[in-house]
Design a protein around this ligand. Sequence first.
Ligand code: DAH
Length: 340
Amino acid sequence: MQAQLDKILEEAKAQLKEAATMAQTDEIRVKLLGKKGKLTEILRGMGKLSPEERKSTGQMANKVRSEIEQLLEEKFEAVKAAAKEAQFRLEKLDVTEPGKETILGVKHPLTITIEEISKVFTNMGFSIAEGPEVETVFNNFDALNAGPNHPSRDMTDTFYITEDILLRTQTSPVQARVLMKEKPPIKIISPGRCFRCDTPDATHSPMFHQVEGLVVDEGVTMADLKGTLDSFAKQLFGSETRTKFRPHHFPFTEPSAEMDVSCFKCGGKGCRVCKGSGWIEILGCGMVHPNVLKVGNLDTEKYTGFAFGMGVERVAMLKYGVDDIRLFYENDMRFINQFK
Ligand code: DAH
């Protein structure tokens, strides 16, 4: 019996030496001390022995059992510690490692410019209206008093989709849309994309942006136009800025004008930016033509209004000293990142 018990102990030691996990260790425990375990069977079989034998064998078996229990406990502790150790190694965090830089996107200079222009006008009580880039010929030309033979209707200037549909050549058709939908007082601006059949060069692009403006109410005068646009120029280009209105012609306004601002680079002395003149042309404007007001079925005796339109690229080029319009559309990050 002693030999049998010694063998069990030796085997247990050998097996436990090999065990590397909790599961393996527990398997050994079950094989020895479980209900059908080897040692359990021996202890159970002692009932058949004589009282003397039972005493001595019992002592031996109990000694082996407590020894095995001790060994099992030590092994459990060891594999538990090893598992913890392995997990720590896996979850190790080096707090001295440098962080990964998250690269933030930047706003496109044209977006920045549109936002700056919009902010000036919304602060003056304008709201923002939107219109589609694919427009009707009616809204882009007819509703804006551009006669059937107006040169801008030419196929060589305008992208036609069908005879009646085109890519808008200006943001002015939003004027027609707003007049057909809303009643005065109207006070809107409308930034957006425009398209013209232009060959790209340093100052031309077949796709470009404009901001349109329209104010219609009772008693709106040219003085309101000048006051509003002069205030806009001072807010956008600096409070020292002076403005000048030169007579011009647009089909949808009468009278029409172009507004120049005193050069914000040289203050009016003459430099490269203003080409020596001291003045920079910024926008077209005028008093809304009665024929346009009629598109909104308005009583032209009662209502008057003014309108304006400016090129966003032109403003951005002047403000940021960009000398080629194509730079805006190349998405070269070295260019874009300069406007952070
Ligand atoms: N639509 C004109 C253009 O593309 C700009 C313009 C001029 C708009 C005068 C206006 C305006 O609303 O009143 O050249």
